[in-house]
Ligand binder design. Structure first.
Ligand code: ADP
Ligand code: ZN
Length: 588
């Protein structure tokens, strides 16, 4: 067995992924590598293997202390001599580390960037034989990552200080600009750049227009994901709590999670989500980093993420076990405006993250396959996926060039100071208070846009925003600017094509809403049964008739009392518990 193979099996794996092997080979021949692959793409194995195979100590820098100590612990269990250099070592651990260093007994040494750039540490490492440097989460070098760490920018000195030691930089982002910045900061311009795929084929992607979001969520939970665990992402803390408690009052077991909660509450909720089945976690993006829970089946967004990267990461928390999972994003024009405003507010010091939000607008407003559009942002070409709303239910497209021209000239004639809602009312010829107040009924375009309805006008506007024909200034007062590019539309040089508007259905039938909890809990119960003998059809009958005795359960399902014996009691008591919750709500 080759050394490469034997180390792989020592670490507990059977085969290398193609990207891993390529990266390891390059490092072993002394080349620098930049490995960009999504979280969960198997990056750690690369520096672990190459670090062990090559002569000397593999030095690994990561900003996440907790993840480093976990990794060191795991590696040690597998018999790898891994050590963690940090400021919290007790005298005993310190002594052990020194001994190991002196006796060449270290395969991998983990430390924080702050530690590594200390002159004493650098000069100490000079006296040692080093197999490689691995810079994990290398995007922390860039100023515009939310996780900027100043020490990272000093890591560039490694290349000169250790000219013969290969460096591998690892990152979960793949956009060209970030990759270029990492390369130049670390002085590794000749590095082999490897990109992993961002395709998570098992996740069905649905992106749809929002209307009565809560009832759309219920429809999804009732018809697509009954009984399953999942995350609903919201932007505000208050909203997570409201939505979560609303779900609970309906009898749908839910938890909230956001940064303003106490550590212990967050821990408790995370633990429950990890261990119980059928829970719905309503969270801000504070619930994220390092979450690897196999049974998360769905992710819903009721607010817009701030970039394609965040969206990809957030939906990627579903289906980690590679089984089918679903992602549903609900949004509308209002959400786009709100997201822009929030972004402008967060970026008062600079405008660095705005391009990412706009890139996300383009992803969700583009025609064609959702996954193709998302992957295209990550520089990945792909076929139509067959597993997104556009592929599963193809819709017609509409040429709205003339409508776009009307809207753009209306913006021009009203100097950009009228909100979109008023512009739409003018186009539809509505004499509302706001229209009369601006004398909109006197405008040439008054009532000249009846070929589209309100929803369609909104989608025209969304498109014009997403593709940079108009720009909003919301910082001081609301103001729409026509951008240079809009001339192309006005002169009919650019055609505007839109995919048909699609609203996600709502669950608005009273009794169905009331029954959602029962159905959810029955399905969730079924998932916990190891050898489930009840089909979904039989369970549906149970749900419709809610038997209270074993005899009636047997009659309903057509199964003998002996067959249902192992589960009949737990099922009947579950039914009565759910009924109780609902009756209490009806009274209260
Ligand atoms: P990343 O660092 O890119 O986020 P990890 O290194 O944590 O990803 O790996 C993600 C998951 O993939 C882990 O559960 C790991 O055990 C698994 N994995 C990595 N390499 C392999 C492999 N060659 N074969 C099977 N599983 C692998
Ligand atoms: Zn598709």
């Amino acid at each position: 067995m080759t050394q490469k193979k034997s180390i792989l099996s020592k670490l507990g794996y059977l085969e290398y992924l193609p990207l891993q092997e390529e990266a390891i080979d390059a490092l072993c021949s002394g080349d620098d590598v930049l490995l960009a692959a999504p979280t969960g793409g198997g990056k750690s194995l690369v520096y672990q293997c190459a670090g062990i195979i090559r002569e000397g100590i593999g030095v690994i820098v990561s900003p996440l202390i907790a993840l480093m100590s976990q990794q060191v612990e795991d590696l040690r269990k597998k018999g790898i001599n891994a050590y963690f250099l940090n400021s919290n070592l007790n005298p005993n651990e310190h002594e052990n580390l020194l001994w190991a260093l002196r006796n060449n007994h270290i395969d991998l040494l983990f430390l924080s960037p702050e530690k590594l750039v200390q002159p004493s540490v650098i000069s100490f490492l000079h006296g040692m034989s080093i197999s490689l440097f691995a810079i994990d989460e290398a995007h922390c070098i860039t100023q515009w990552g939310g996780s900027f760490r100043p020490e990272y920018s000093q890591l560039g000195q490694l290349r000169e200080a250790f000219p013969k030691v290969p460096i591998i930089a690892l990152t979960g982002t793949v956009d060209e600009l970030t990759i270029k910045t990492i390369q130049s900061s670390l002085q590794m311009n000749d590095a082999l750049v490897l990109k992993g795929s961002f395709d998570r084929k098992n996740i069905e992607i649905q992106i749809a227009q929002k209307r009565k979001a809560k009832l759309q969520i219920l429809f999804f939970l009732h018809n697509e994901m009954a009984g399953q665990s999942g995350i609903i992402y919201c932007r505000s803390r208050k909203k997570t709590e409201e939505l979560s408690s609303w779900l609970n009052t309906l009898g749908l077991p839910s938890l909230a999670y956001h940064a303003a909660m106490s550590d212990s509450d967050r821990q408790t909720n995370h633990k429950r989500f990890l261990t119980e089945s059928g829970l719905i976690m309503v969270a801000t993006t504070a619930y994220g980093m390092g979450i690897d829970i196999a049974h998360i089946r769905f992710v819903i967004h009721v607010d817009l993420p701030d970039s394609p990267e965040s969206y990809f990461q957030e939906i990627g928390r579903a289906g980690r076990d590679n089984q089918p999972a679903k992602a549903l994003l609900l949004y509308g024009l209002q959400d786009m405006l709100k997201a822009q405003q929030l972004n402008a507010f967060q970026n008062q010091s600079g405008d660095e993250r705005k391009p990412k939000l706009n890139a996300f607008f383009k992803v969700i407003e583009s025609r064609g396959c959702r996954r193709q559009n998302l992957l295209a942002h990550f520089g990945e070409a792909s076929e139509a996926c067959g597993n997104c709303d556009r592929c599963l239910a193809p819709t017609s497209e509409q040429n709205v060039t003339i409508a776009s021209q009307k809207l753009l000239s209306l913006v021009y004639h009203t100097k950009g100071i009228q909100p979109f809602s008023v512009l739409i009312q003018v186009l539809l010829g509505k004499r509302t208070k706001s229209v009369l107040a601006m004398q909109g009924e006197r405008l040439a375009l008054f009532g000249k846009g009846k070929e589209l309805n309100e929803a369609q006008w909104k989608s025209v506007i969304r498109h014009l925003i997403a593709f940079d024909y108009i720009e909003l200034n919301q910082a001081v007062t609301f103001c729409i600017h026509l951008k240079e590019k809009s001339r192309g539309i006005l002169k009919s040089q650019i055609q505007v094509l839109l995919a048909q508007e699609r609203y996600y259905p709502t669950l608005d039938n009273e009794s169905a809403i009331k029954e959602t909890a029962t159905w959810h809990q029955l399905m969730s119960w079924k998932l916990t049964q190891k050898n489930s003998v009840l089909s979904d059809g039989q369970l549906r009958k149970v749900y419709q008739h809610k038997p209270t005795t074993i005899a009636s359960l047997s009659r309903l399902t057509g199964l003998s009392k002996e067959i249902i014996a192992p589960f009949s009691e737990s099922l009947i008591s579950l039914l009565s518990r759910v009924e109780e919750v609902q009756e209490k709500d009806c009274v209260g």
